[in-house]
Design a protein around this ligand. Sequence first.
Ligand SMILES: *[C@@H]1O[C@H](CO)[C@@H](O)[C@H](O)[C@H]1NC(C)=O
Length: 262
Amino acid sequence: MKPCSFSLLPVLLLFLVPVLAAGPGCASCDPTQCAPLPSDGCPAGSLQDSCGCCAVCAAAEGEPCGGRRATARRCGTGLECVKSDDDKKSKSGVCACKNNYEVCGTDGTTYKNGCALKSASLTAQKEGKEAISVLNKGRCASAPVIVTPPGQVYNVSGSQVYLSCEAVGVPTPVLTWRKVLGGKRKAALLPGDRDNLAIQTRGGPEKHQVTGWVLISPLTEEEDGSYECHAFNSKGEASAIGEIHLVESIDEIKTGLKEDEL
Ligand SMILES: *[C@@H]1O[C@H](CO)[C@@H](O)[C@H](O)[C@H]1NC(C)=O
């Protein structure tokens, strides 16, 4: 018995279909001649080549795409081939993400766009992990972090001083200041009723960041002490303490600064 001769006919037919479907410039399709896909997978997934013959890696974000028929490269899903005016003649371009905004993945990581998430998801699946999908547009929610805590300030009575504090979080944190009181007294929310003390807050300098100041003028003995910068949002809170020191003379300021530098 020769089973091979019987099974050869349907195989031959399978080979013929792509040949017939292939466009101009495409050689006849012999799938056995197809280069294997990289063993570690394709970062932007795989698709049929432009002749409809072999499975090839799709062009990933930032990679060249387009080109003439047989050699044309196509971008992966979620990507589009962007051609500049110069490129239009050669018909080639660069793959760019269709939706170019940050997204939060179900893995709790923020991706710069949907394509980066898709790529990470393919990698995860390859490693036997769960696929990653979009949890929400924009960054993942995160508890505040104080990126620049208020420092130490030394100055004389009657001078003008300030403490500043920078916090980051998603949603953007709300910043408040408290004067830390000694003993059993609770910290007092600022500004209170003091006419020589102001609180200022503005967004930035980075996205989801907020910067706040305690401004004091003129400085009196009353303001000497510790100040707590407190940041909170729906995910949590953070705080840091700075100090204002009232000193007798300018000379002490210099000493104070030296201590800071050491
Ligand atoms: C100390 O006070 C002077 C006068 O108000 C002000 O110009 C200076 O910036 C202050 N120094 C510090 C370190 O706050």
